[in-house]
Write a protein that binds this ligand. Structure first.
Ligand SMILES: NC(=O)C1=CN([C@@H]2O[C@H](COP(=O)(O)OP(=O)(O)OC[C@H]3O[C@@H](n4cnc5c(N)ncnc54)[C@H](OP(=O)(O)O)[C@@H]3O)[C@@H](O)[C@H]2O)C=CC1
Ligand SMILES: N[C@@H](CC=O)C(=O)O
Length: 379
């Protein structure tokens, strides 16, 4: 019988995307077995705790245990409650990062390890850079580590074969891999124009249909499109992070402060002033009329509003634009993203990538495909 290739992994972040990834891993078991692959989940952590198999060289968290992990997190309980279940160890706050690095150190010397970041935290960057140093792989849905300093960015991408981050831009859409293919063929990319926020795409098309902004943003959150704090989307920061990831991929040595960003809410409603709950229950309703009026004015000109990302030369900006209804961006509906890439080969007509750009299912599927894409690095 042919031997099975194992891909050991640790999952950081067990929210909407992380849990969906665990479910995809379990439901794809027989498909992966046919391909001679087994994804061996060694550990899972959230912001406060880590559960890890008691012997990472020979054990794993089995599928029943992973279902329990999902159940506990959906219930809003702590992973610490899983301590008594199965052959696992549980670590708290202060020990969490060091333990992930310990496991990477052990696994880096044997079969290798993929550390998968499905958190929404900037605090994972230190662990990820250490993991790369230890010869392991990283797979990210989290944009924050790649939009940290240039120094951190270069450390993370120092071994291009060992990093995948397709889901950081366009969720499951093949944006990063397509850009890499174009760049590797020596075809210079002149310009990228896109609508890269599932949340803002959904918001704009629903407000066009007459719904109030406040209601639509709450719906986007429950559909799993928004960031944990939807102000990350409404401020343009989430799109700016995607723009920065793309610009850096194109070789631009820029930081966030080089990006012009338009916010849809005033500073008085920012995270330092009001809680996310207050913003969603009362603050955001105060913005309903203003956005409705902007959409109405655009419609009088036969246009629609879209939140656009533009990268051209040294210019990198994200903000609202009024666009013809029948343009590629104007035709977008719901959480779809579209990206137009102009290069030497795609000069008259751009290469266009379009489809669902947010949601736990498609994002987690993108992360899973990334994990499978590095299978050749495992014995
Ligand atoms: N939803 C989507 O459509 C898309 C999402 N993404 C990205 O995927 C990531 C996850 O999104 P989502 O699942 O919606 O977010 P959630 O808020 O639902 O989940 C985030 C998880 O990360 C955990 N976490 C927070 N800080 C840390 C840390 N320092 N170390 C380890 N885990 C941590 C949280 O722990 P706790 O449970 O304790 O709070 C939580 O389990 C985000 O970065 C997002 O930008 C990318 C593309 C599309
Ligand atoms: N909040 C993001 C999720 C994907 O990155 C979005 O709305 O696009």
């Amino acid at each position: 019988m042919a031997t099975m290739k194992n891909i050991p992994l640790i999952l950081m972040g067990c929210g909407g995307v992380g849990r969906q990834l665990l479910q995809h891993i379990v439901s794809c078991r027989s498909l992966h077995a046919k391909l001679g692959l087994h994804l061996r989940v060694l550990g899972v952590c959230d912001s406060k705790s880590l559960v890890v198999a008691s012997d990472v060289l020979s054990n794993e968290l089995n599928d029943n245990f992973l279902s329990e992990v999902c159940r506990v997190k959906v219930d809003g309980s702590s992973l610490l409650t899983l301590g008594g279940l199965g052959e696992c160890q549980v670590f708290k706050n202060s020990e969490l990062k060091e333990k992930v690095i310990d496991v990477a150190s052990v696994m880096g010397k044997s079969t290798g390890l993929a550390v998968v970041d499905c958190s929404a935290s900037s605090g994972t960057v230190g662990v990820l850079t250490r993991v790369v140093d230890l010869g392991c792989c990283i797979v990210l849905a989290n944009k924050k580590p790649l939009t940290s300093t240039m120094e951190d960015y270069y450390k993370l991408v120092s071994h291009p074969r060992r990093i995948r981050h397709e889901s950081t831009v366009g969720a499951g859409l093949p944006v990063i891999s397509s850009l890499n293919r174009i760049l590797l063929s020596g075809d210079p990319i002149h310009c990228i124009i896109g609508s890269l926020s599932g949340t803002l795409g959904y918001v704009m098309s629903e407000v066009e249909d007459g719904k109030p902004l406040s209601q639509v943003v709450r719906a986007a959150k429950s559909l799993g499109y928004t960031e944990p704090d939807p102000r990350d989307d409404l401020s343009g920061m989430d799109v700016a992070r995607k723009a920065l990831i793309l610009a850096r991929l194109l070789g631009r040595r820029i930081n966030m402060d080089s990006i012009k960003i338009e916010s849809l809410y005033p500073e008085e409603m920012g995270p330092n002033v009001m809680s996310v709950e207050d913003f969603l229950s009362t603050g955001i309703s105060l913005l309903d009329n203003d956005i409705q009026e902007r959409v109405r004015k655009a419609s009088l000109n036969g246009n629609v509003l879209r939140y656009v990302c533009m990268i051209e030369g040294s210019r990198c900006e994200v903000g609202i634009q009024e666009l013809p209804k029948n343009s590629a961006l104007g035709r977008l509906r719901g959480s779809d993203n579209v990206l137009e890439i102009f290069s030497r080969c795609y000069s008259e007509q751009p290469l266009v990538i379009q489809g669902a750009g947010a949601g736990n299912d498609t994002t987690a599927a993108g992360v899973l495909a990334d994990i499978l894409d590095i299978q050749d690095l495992f014995p």
